[in-house]
Write a protein that binds this ligand. Structure first.
Ligand code: KG4
Ligand code: ZN
Length: 338
């Protein structure tokens, strides 16, 4: 039995992460979340890049130590090539290249969005893996896509946002309500105690399987401006109902398109991934879909929803099995379609 040990590095946005996987099983999975951005209400690219520089060595040391693995036993280094912030990607890319060169082992480049989907293939007790073909909806602060997955690296984007990502719809709505960045998790928390039908927000009309969220945040803004003019304490008094109504509308938008995708493709296996897949409402909507419409849904563990290196590692492992290695002159790509 050959042991394939992959060290993986993720640095596409504001999390510096490293993991070690042995034959697709996690030995360690370390994330250093950058706190500097909170005071700015969003990720500041220049600060993210600097923080990656500071974090990357200790994070990789921790990942190797926790996995109890010596560098000389690594089979390959996998890294996020893109999409993401260029200054952030460059830190992980340069580090991965140097380390693979120094250790004289193969280098594997990974597409971050594919990795969010492949996270479902991490070897884990009690978790079913999707069977091909399946649909994957990747929902995060940077992306909103519906992807038809016919094999590990055979993926086709069949729908995506034309403007803002769904995570931005959460975060920008939160900002309007005076909730600190990133507001998604807090909207989720308040929503659990509110009435989802208390207020009505419009759903955008977009053709096909594509999404649009920029009009949604504007609708939220105008609604709050109108109501706080009548009652300055409107938001404080109704915060839970507002959050529940916002979340209900966003989930409705996502589920409408997912239903349409299932209908058009005839594929009833559906997986979700990305930061917004941590949302309790979307998780429940998918569980309900199993009973209501006979779908089979794959909902990731919380630690694999937001950015992490374990998902880069599992993608790297499946490329390793195909001996799909990168050249050492490879560069980071901030826009990286697949
Ligand atoms: O995947 P991720 O960590 O980073 C990106 O690649 O963007 O996603 C972060 C996004 C943020 O917009 C955050 O507000 C959102 O995921 N998010 C949530 C929840 N947890 C994280 N949105 C709604 N409900 C949640 N529970
Ligand atoms: Zn992500």
């Amino acid at each position: 039995d050959q042991k394939i040990n992959i060290l993986s590095i993720e640095s596409s946005c504001d999390d510096t992460a490293a993991a070690v996987l042995c034959n697709g099983k996690i030995l360690s999975n370390i994330v250093a979340t950058q706190e500097v951005h909170q005071q700015y209400g969003g990720v500041v690219p220049e600060l993210a890049s600097r923080a990656h520089q500071q974090n990357i060595v200790p994070v990789i040391h921790q990942a190797l130590a926790k996995a109890n693995i010596d560098k000389k036993d690594l089979s390959a280094i996998a890294f996020t090539r893109g999409p993401g912030l260029m200054g952030s990607l460059l830190v992980g890319t340069s580090f991965a290249k140097s380390l693979a060169m120094g250790l004289n082992i193969p280098l594997i480049e990974v597409n971050h969005m594919q990795a969010h989907i492949l996270a479902h293939f991490i070897e884990e007790e009690g978790f079913d893996k999707p069977e091909f073909p399946f649909l994957a909806m990747t929902i995060s602060g940077g992306h909103t896509q519906i992807v038809k997955v016919t094999d590990y690296f055979k993926m086709e984007v069949i729908g995506e946002t034309l403007d803002d990502a769904v995570g931005e719809a959460f975060d920008k709505s939160a900002k309007i309500l005076g909730i600190a960045y990133p507001g998604g998790p807090l909207i989720d928390k308040y929503a659990r105690e509110g009435d989802p039908k208390a207020f009505k927000f419009p759903k955008p009309k977009v053709d096909g399987l594509n999404f649009s969220f920029s009009g949604f945040k504007t609708a939220v803004l105008y609604f709050m401006q109108r109501e706080t003019k009548k009652d300055p304490e409107f938001i404080e008094k109704n915060l839970k109902d507002i959050c529940a109504s916002i979340q209900y509308t966003i989930i409705g938008i996502l589920m409408d398109k997912l239903k349409k995708a299932v209908k058009e493709t005839g594929i009833t296996q559906v997986a979700i991934g990305g930061g917004v897949s941590a949302n309790s409402g979307i998780r429940q909507a998918l569980r309900d879909a199993e009973g209501k419409w006979g779908w089979k849904c794959y909902i990731p563990k919380f630690e694999y929803t937001t950015d992490n290196a374990a998902m880069i590692g599992i993608a790297g492992y499946h490329k390793y099995l195909k001996q799909d290695f990168a050249d050492f002159d490879i560069t980071a790509q901030s826009r990286y379609k697949f």
